[in-house]
Design a binder for this molecule. Structure first.
Ligand code: FES
Length: 199
């Protein structure tokens, strides 16, 4: 994985520095901040699963946690955000995620276990930059007048919808990766482990 733009590198470094100093809340996000619990630095460096409390993640919010050195996004999608996926279906290059960028239990129209909660690795599948969230719709997003919300990679302009599916004719070849994950109750997600223990 490489980092190809100063802005992006800064963001990645901030994520790492935050986790290393604080050791508790490794969260970097442009939208409302929600604290989460992370394991020790030693456990993280060994690739341990990360437990995340999403009880305070309101509809429309996103949080970022670090797992195996990668930013993982958790987004609580609104009904409008979910509805946008039907509109983007014909515009993305792999609408059914047939390239297998997600576990089998997320191979569905929302690419998630619970329809509203998207868990995705926030690394562009082109050259590894961190895309930015662009949840505002239309011209206000700064992406396009008909933008339905999603993610924009500042390095070479790849765009992704709110299921992390890459639009057609973009530099990025694949949808964003969905990591193995599972729920412990309603409000806790374990990233890096699933019922099949495949991570
Ligand atoms: S790294 Fe090139 S478009 Fe994202």
């Amino acid at each position: 994985m490489s980092c190809h733009e100063e802005v992006d590198c800064g963001r990645r470094n901030l994520l790492v520095a935050t986790a290393a100093v604080g050791g508790v809340a490794g969260v970097v996000t442009a939208v409302p901040f929600v604290a989460s619990m992370l394991p020790s630095e030693r456990a993280k460096s060994a690739g341990a699963p990360v437990e995340v409390d999403i009880s305070k993640l309101a509809s429309g919010q996103m949080l970022t946690v670090e797992w195996r050195g990668k930013p993982v996004w958790i987004i609580n999608r609104t009904p409008e955000m979910l509805a946008s996926l039907k509109k983007t279906d014909g515009k993305v290059s792999d609408p059914k995620s047939e390239k297998g960028m997600q576990p089998a239990y997320c191979k569905n129209e929302t690419r998630s276990i619970k329809p509203e909660i998207l868990v995705a690795v926030g690394i562009c599948t082109h050259l590894g930059c961190s895309p930015s969230e662009k949840f505002k719709t239309g011209a206000e997003s700064g992406v396009a007048a008909d933008w339905p919300g999603g993610f924009f990679c500042p390095c070479h302009g790849s765009t992704f919808d709110l299921a992390g599916r890459v639009y057609k004719s973009m530099p990025a070849p694949d949808n964003l990766e969905i990591p193995p994950h599972m729920y412990l109750g309603d409000a806790k997600i374990v990233i890096g482990e699933d019922k099949d223990k495949k991570a």
